[in-house]
Design a protein around this ligand. Structure first.
Ligand SMILES: NC(=O)c1ccc[n+]([C@@H]2O[C@H](COP(=O)([O-])OP(=O)(O)OC[C@H]3O[C@@H](n4cnc5c(N)ncnc54)[C@H](OP(=O)(O)O)[C@@H]3O)[C@@H](O)[C@H]2O)c1
Length: 334
C-alpha cells in the first residue's frame, strides 16, 4: 500500500571516501522500494551523527558506492513492504534508525522504526533518537550507573554528551564533564554535570591529576569516552579499581594496539559497545523509545538543537560538527 511517491528524489551521496567535498547534493536519486519487513519514510527531518563522518572518510567501510550517508530521521510512512507490523502503516509519523537517511525518502527496517506519540513532534524525535538512546543504553547496560557514582564524560557538550549529563543527573550520579571550551563545559554543567575539567591537551597528566583529586584520589567508577585515540590513555588512568572504561566513539581517531595487560593493575572492565547491539529487535527498541518520549514530555529533559540546515547545506553542517564548534544536535531538512 502506498501514497503517491515520486520516482526520483533529492539526496546526498558519496562516490568515494574522502573529505567534505565528496558530499554530493543531487536531485536525481531513484526513490528506493520497501521490501519484506521494511517501510519507506518521507523524511521531515534527518539527524546528523558523528558516525556519518566515519563512513565518508572510510574509517568505517561504506557497503557500496555511490553511498547515501545518514543513519536517522523522522517523518511519515509513505509505503510499506510485505509483513510489516500493524502499527506502521502509511501516514504514521515515525522516527527510525537506518542507512541512507540523507534523502527525501529512506527505507528503514520495521525493527528499527518507532511510531511517534502525539506529544512528540517530528523534529524533536529526529533530534533525540540515536543520541539519547545511546546515552540511555550506555548508563543502563554498558555500565549500570548508581546514585553517587563518579562518572567522567568526554565531549560532554556534544549530542550524546548532553544526554549523558542529563540522564546521569537523573540517576543521582556525580558527573565530571570535559569539553574543549569553557563555554561548552558550562553548558555541560547547566545540563547536570557537577564539576568540569579542561582536557589539557598538551599536558594529559594535569587532566588525570585533577580528576583524581576531585574523586578523593580514588578515580571514577566509569568513564564514557567518545573521543577515542586522543583521550584513551588519559581517561584510562582516571578509572578506579574495579571501574569501567566505556569507549563508544572515535571522534579523534580509532584506538588501536591496546595491550590487555594494562587493565590488570586495577581490574578495569573495558567495553566498546554500539547502540544497535542493545536494540537489535523491536522488543528491545520499543520500551527504550517509550522511556525516551516520557523523559522528554514528563521529566522535561531538554533536546538541544544546534541548527537545522537545508539538505543542500550538508557540507557546511559537516564542516561545523567536525570543527568541534557545535553543541547538541544538528539536523538536515530535505
Ligand atoms: N557506539 C555507538 O553506538 C555510538 C552511537 C552514537 C554516537 N557515538 C559516538 O559518540 C560520539 C559523539 O557523537 P555525536 O554524534 O553526539 O557528536 P558530537 O559529540 O556532537 O560531536 C563530536 C565531538 O567530539 C569532540 N571531539 C574531540 N576530539 C575531536 C576531534 N579531533 N575532531 C572532532 N571532534 C572531536 C568535539 O567536542 P569537544 O570539542 O568538546 O571535544 C565534538 O563536538 C562520536 O564519537 C560518535 O561516534 C557512538
Amino acid at each position: 500500500m502506498a501514497t503517491s511517491v515520486p520516482k526520483t528524489m533529492k539526496g546526498v551521496w558519496i562516490e568515494k571516501n574522502g573529505g567534505i567535498e565528496e558530499l554530493q547534493y543531487r536531485t536525481d536519486i531513484p526513490v528506493p522500494e520497501p521490501k519484506e519487513g521494511q517501510v519507506l519514510v518521507k523524511n521531515e527531518f534527518i539527524g546528523i551523527n558523528y558516525i556519518d563522518t566515519y563512513f565518508r572518510t572510510g574509517l568505517y567501510p561504506a557497503p557500496h558506492f555511490p553511498y547515501i550517508l545518514g543513519r536517522e530521521g523522522a517523518g511519515t510512512i509513505a509505503a510499506t513492504g510485505p509483513n510489516t507490523p500493524s502499527d506502521l502503516v502509511p501516514g504514521t509519523r515515525v522516527a527510525y534508525m537506518a542507512q541512507t537517511a540523507y534523502a527525501e525518502y529512506t527505507v528503514a527496517e520495521a525493527n528499527s522504526t518507532v511510531p511517534l506519540p502525539e506529544s512528540i513532534d517530528t523534529k524533536t524525535a529526529a533530534a533525540a533518537l540515536i543520541q539519547a538512546l545511546t546515552a540511555l543504553t550506555l548508563i543502563r547496560e554498558s555500565h549500570p550507573v548508581k546514585k553517587g557514582d563518579w562518572v567522567l564524560v568526554t565531549a560532554a557538550a556534544g549530542g550524546v554528551g548532553l544526554w549523558l549529563c542529563q540522564l546521569l543527573r537523573a540517576v543521582g550520579a556525580r558527573t565530571i564533564a570535559t569539553a574543549s571550551t569553557e563555554e561548552k563545559r558550562q553548558l555541560a554543567k547547566a545540563n547536570g554535570a557537577e564539576v568540569t575539567v579542561e582536557y589539557h591537551e598538551e599536558d594529559r597528566d594535569k587532566f588525570v591529576k585533577e580528576v583524581l583529586e576531585i574523586t578523593g584520589g580514588e578515580g571514577v567508577h566509569v568513564v564514557f569516552d567518545s573521543v577515542g585515540k586522543a583521550t584513551f590513555d588519559a581517561v584510562l588512568a582516571t578509572v578506579r579499581r574495579k571501574g569501567s572504561l566505556v569507549s563508544f566513539g572515535n571522534a579523534s581517531g580509532a584506538v588501536t594496539g591496546f595491550a590487555l595487560g594494562r587493565l590488570a593493575p586495577k581490574n578495569i572492565k573495558l567495553l566498546r559497545p554500539t547502540l544497535f547491539g542493545y536494540i537489535a529487535s523491536r522488543e528491545e527498541l520499543l520500551p527504550y523509545a517509550d522511556e525516551l518520549w516520557n523523559l522528554i514530555t514528563k521529566d522535561n529533559l531538554t533536546v538541544r538543537i544546534h541548527e537545522v540546515y537545508p539538505l543542500e547545506d550538508v557540507q557546511r553542517a559537516t564542516r561545523d560538527i567536525e570543527s568541534r564548534k557545535t553543541t547538541g544536535k544538528l539536523l538536515l531538512k530535505p
